[in-house]
Design a protein around this ligand. Structure first.
Ligand SMILES: [Zn+2]
Length: 103
């Protein structure tokens, strides 16, 4: 039997659609369509990207500070965590708490 655990609290999630929620997040660099020109698509742009990739390779870090331009995330959540997630999808509460502890 395939066991699934909640990615937030680690609790085992019961099979069945009523007991398991999937969160899919896509993060990508936004481009204002009005600002896309041929210049964005020419070789200089590609060169810049490949230079960026070379820089990352040169650093040989497992988790580069540089965020990837595109990232797709998928999480399984139990019903409790699904409610928590929908209440605060971007973790703003947690971020504010963090700020307070810093000050
Ligand atoms: Zn959970």
């Amino acid at each position: 039997m395939h066991h699934i655990t909640c990615d937030l609290c680690g609790k085992e999630v019961l099979p069945g659609e009523d007991h398991r929620f999937v969160v899919k997040i896509e993060v990508f660099a936004a481009h204002d369509p009005a600002e896309i020109t041929d210049a964005d698509l020419d070789e200089d742009h590609l060169e810049a990207v490949s230079q960026l990739l070379r820089d990352v390779e040169d650093n040989l870090v497992e988790e580069p500070d540089l965020a990837p331009a595109y990232k797709k995330l998928r999480y399984d959540l139990c019903p409790d965590c699904q409610k928590k997630f929908l209440r605060d999808p971007l973790g703003k509460e947690a971020a504010q708490k963090f700020d307070f502890s810093e000050n």
